[in-house]
Design a binder for this molecule. Structure first.
Ligand code: 5GP
Ligand code: MG
Length: 174
């Protein structure tokens, strides 16, 4: 299970991000939004999205850990690194790589809304709706992907494969 097979090539990812960035720019123009990326997976997406948006934004990151390694985890979420920017009164856009069961993002949205941002929205590059356990409204979504474990474009399997520029699934090596 360690041979990456491309399912969404980099050119398609780039094109879709440009479309998302156009939408986000239109909605946030003049609002100096704060983009909050969820480490580590979303840093590749956030960096492409931010540059394609081409309006003034600020950036911060949180790190959440869900206990357990591999392709499954227990569903218990813990905040490992908090935002450093005060978010009260800010227009906050959470930027995530992939929404699977929805637990990670649900936890973060609840946590952030408690601090009274002016607005709080979610942008996810990939969505696996078939696996959803809790409801999360995704305001901007790049691609719906099938129920398979994907890697590349920032997404890892035990810290491997993040560097791949395309979105891939892992196949048996022949
Ligand atoms: P959720 O809490 O929605 O189940 O999990 C979301 C988190 O699990 C994502 O932030 C991501 O880190 C990880 N995840 C979910 N699906 C995948 C996948 O297909 N590939 C990788 N690499 N990570 C995933
Ligand atoms: Mg993640």
């Amino acid at each position: 299970m360690d041979k990456p097979k491309v399912i969404i090539p980099r050119e398609e990812i780039a094109k879709r991000i440009d479309e998302l960035a156009t939408e986000v720019r239109r909605d946030y123009k003049g609002k100096n939004p704060l983009l909050i990326g969820i480490l580590k997976g979303s840093f590749v997406f956030l960096s492409d999205l931010m540059r394609s948006m081409n309006i003034p934004v600020e950036v911060d990151f949180v790190r959440l850990s869900s206990y357990g390694a591999g392709t499954e985890n227990s569903g218990k979420i813990k905040l490992v690194k908090d935002v450093e920017t005060p978010i009260k009164g800010r227009h906050v856009l959470v930027v995530e790589d992939i929404i699977d069961r929805g637990l990670t993002v649900r936890f973060l949205l609840d946590y952030l809304s408690f601090r009274e941002p002016s607005s709080l929205k979610l942008c996810a590059l990939f969505d696996k709706p078939s696996r959803r356990k809790v409801e999360v409204p995704i305001d901007y979504v790049g691609f719906t992907v099938p129920d398979e474990f994907v890697v590349g474009y920032g997404l890892d399997l035990d810290e491997k494969f993040r560097y791949l520029p395309d979105l891939c699934v892992l196949e048996e090596r022949d």
